[in-house]
Structures are given as C-alpha cells and as structure tokens.
Design a protein around this ligand. Structure first.
Ligand code: ADP
Length: 398
C-alpha cells in the first residue's frame, strides 16, 4: 500500500511517498514560494543521487499539488505509473481544538470542524485546508486522512491545560492549553521505549523537540500529561523567533510605549523575538555559535537563555511525573547541536541526568548519549513526523 504524506504551509508544501509494506520512502520533495514569483519544486527519488528541480509558476496549492503529481508520475524521476497506485493521502493538520484525540478519515463533517478551528490557528489551518481541498479535487476517489499536531496532547489532565483566567473564557472561546508538535513527541517517545526495550506504558519520558519552533512534553505511561506550548505555539520555550513564556502585562506595556496595536506586538513576539530578538544576529543556532566564537556577547546570552528555559521545563516535568526514565532530544537543534545538548544537561546530575560527552558527539543518528552511571537514559532520536502520518493513514485507510 502506497501512502502520500502532505504537509502544507502558507507558501510551501512538503510531501513524501511511502510504501507501507516495508515503510520504505519512495520519493520526497518540497514546493516553495507558492503564489509568489519563482515558485519551484524540488523532487527526490530514493536511490537517485540527483535531485530534480523545476521552476514553474504555481499560483495556488492546487497547482502545487498538480506539480507534485507530475513529479511522482514522471517517466524519469517518478515512482508510480499513475496516481491510482496511491492508496491514501495523509495530511498534517495543526489544530483540531478539542475535537479529535487521534487521526481521522477526512469527511465533509471533518472539514467543517477544521474550518471552525481556523480561529484557533489562523496561520496554520487555512493552508492545511487548501492542501486537503486541492487533493480531494485532484484525487477524488482516494481516501484522505487528517493527522493533528494537537491530538497527542488531548490526554493532558485539566489541571495542566486550564489557564487561571475566568472559566467562561474556556467555555465560550475554548481558551486552554492545546500543545503542538504532538506527532513528533509521540514518535520519539515510542522510539525511546523501543530502543530501551521497555514497555512505553511502564515509562516516564521527557521529550524535547528543539527546532525553529520548540516544545517539551511530559509523557507518562505513553500519554502526554503536560507540554510547554499553549493556546498557540507562542507559549513555552524560547524559540528561533518566538518569545515563549512572558508576563502578559508586557504586551500592553510595549503596545503603549511603542504605539503599536496589540496584534502588532503579538507579531513581534512571534517573528522578532526568541534567540533572534536577544542576539540581534540570527534565529539559526549555527549562526549564533559562530557569532559566539567571534566574541558576540548577546549571541552567547541568547543561547544561555534558551538552555535555561529547556532546563526549567525538564525540572518541572520531573516534578510533575515524580521522576523520569528517559530524556529525548529531537528536531534541528536537538538532533544536531552537540554544544546545546551539553549546556542543557550540565548540572542536572542530582536529578540523575548525566550526559556522556564523547557519546554526545553525534548528529542525525539514534544514539544513547548518557553515561553508564546516569539514572536517566538520555537519547538523541531524529524525528519522523511523516512516517507517523503515513502509519496513521495506513491504519485508517486499510
Ligand atoms: P522547523 O522544522 O521548526 O523549521 P527544524 O527542526 O528543521 O525546524 O530546526 C531548524 C533549526 O535547527 C535551525 O534553525 C538551526 O537553529 C538548528 N540546526 C540545524 N542544524 C544545526 C546544526 N548542525 N547545529 C546547530 N543547530 C542546527
């Protein structure tokens, strides 16, 4: 059974085609600058050393999906003869509110629910919906499945997701903690249990998804009991360009001082804050580390603030779960930034977290990086959200 995975952003679209009998990746690709000048598709067929890149006008997500279909069925770099060989499509969808705690087959009713959730995720759900509509139009007989970023976190108890604001706001507007990156947290937690050869239901795990967007989750007996992102992906850790947690009074204070609207301030907290805001250099940790090497103090401060917040959440979640068996690092920074993993884990020995500095010198490959005498097993596990989406799609569509 072949499953196509689609992840639509506002101007980009990532896709993968997988053969589920052996979970092999057949092809993957990226469409960029949809609706802009110079839109392009980069397509990679597994086993071929050269990538295929084509620049073509793509004014809509529908046109982008048409190019994906052409690439997948192309004589030279294609992997299927026709789209009839594709048995189902799995779509990444960011926000399902409180409606779904797992993946679902897409029906007219599901689409209506996702449209109702646009208010909760105005940047993410609209492009996700465009991708779904385009695929339904171009592949009307192929089953479609929605896999949600929020679903894995639906097991949080009310004490973790209720904000201490007038309760009516939760009842009227659904204002609560939802959490994001759920597919990634779930994937690495399952892999951690597999690697350790322990039943997930017997484990307490803290997963650190540290990418441009970053979040930490507490996973007890396979269920998420708390996570650092909140009502939107702005809460929690310091990120590339997002502030993470701050005193909400700061929002109106900046608005008054800088003569900005509240939504402009929120925009600054999303796009001009985080390690970029502190350093003034970059949101990319590679650039920050180069700047530190050149003596840039604010770049150094940005890295310290980032690490401080990750350690803060690790400590909090150890307290919430009354212990931890495994600590997992994943995503761009978690998988590649040896120095950052070292800073985060330093001085946590009393909590049973002891990093092996030699084993830690690893990038992009599943590895246990704790010392033999560390009570907590520390792991680096590359995330694979696409595989999780394909698995859920396969399970529902078959
Ligand atoms: P997202 O999917 O949220 O866009 P990623 O998980 O791909 O983000 O992470 C991207 C980030 O990972 C980059 O901005 C950079 O900060 C960090 N990163 C990637 N490679 C490295 C590396 N070799 N060393 C340090 N940081 C890295």
């Amino acid at each position: 059974m072949k499953i196509l995975v689609i992840n639509c952003g506002s101007s980009s679209l990532k896709y993968q085609l997988l053969e589920m009998s052996n979970e092999n990746l057949l092809a993957k690709g990226l469409v960029e600058r949809i609706g802009d000048k110079g839109s392009s598709i980069t397509h990679e067929k597994t086993g071929l050393s050269e990538k295929f890149k084509s620049v073509a006008p793509m004014n809509s997500h529908r046109e982008a999906i048409s190019h994906v279909i052409s690439a997948l069925t192309d004589e030279e770099h294609g992997v299927v003869l026709s789209m009839n060989e594709i048995n189902a499509v799995g779509h990444r969808v960011v926000h399902a509110g409180e409606n779904y705690a797992g993946s679902v087959m897409i029906t007219a009713e599901v689409i209506k629910v996702l449209e109702d959730c646009v208010e909760l995720a105005p940047l993410h759900n609209p492009p996700n919906l465009l991708g779904i509509h385009a695929c339904v139009e171009l592949m009307p007989n192929t089953p479609m499945v929605a896999v949600f970023d929020t679903a894995f976190h639906q097991t949080m108890p009310p004490e973790a997701y209720i904000y201490a604001i007038p309760f009516g706001y939760y009842q009227k507007y659904g204002i609560r903690k939802y959490g994001f990156h759920g597919t990634s947290h779930k994937y690495v937690a399952e892999r951690a249990a597999d690697i350790m050869g322990v039943n997930l239901n017997d484990m307490k795990i803290i997963t650190c998804h540290l990418g441009n967007g970053a979040s930490v989750s507490a996973i007890k007996r396979g269920k998420c009991i708390d996570t650092s992102m909140g009502f939107t992906p702005l809460e929690g850790l310091v990120m590339g360009t997002r502030s993470g947690d701050l005193d909400p009074a700061i929002v109106s204070y900046i608005s008054k001082k800088e003569n900005l609207s509240l939504s402009d301030v929120i925009d600054k907290l999303n796009k001009e804050s985080g390690v970029l805001g502190i350093s003034g250099v970059s949101s990319d940790f590679r650039d920050l580390e180069i700047a530190v090497g050149e003596g840039n103090k604010r770049a150094g401060l940005a890295l310290k603030v980032f690490a401080h917040k990750v350690r803060f959440y690790i400590g909090a979640y150890i307290a919430e779960m009354n212990g931890v068996d495994a600590l997992v690092f994943t995503a761009g920074i978690g998988e590649n930034d040896i120095n950052m993993r070292d800073i985060i884990c330093s001085e946590l020995g009393n909590l049973g977290i002891k990093l092996d500095l030699i084993k830690n010198k690893v990038k992009g490959k599943e590895t246990i990086i704790s010392r033999d005498d560390s009570r907590v097993t520390i792991m680096m596990i590359p995330t694979n959200e696409e595989l999780m989406i394909a698995r859920d799609t396969y399970a529902l569509a078959k």
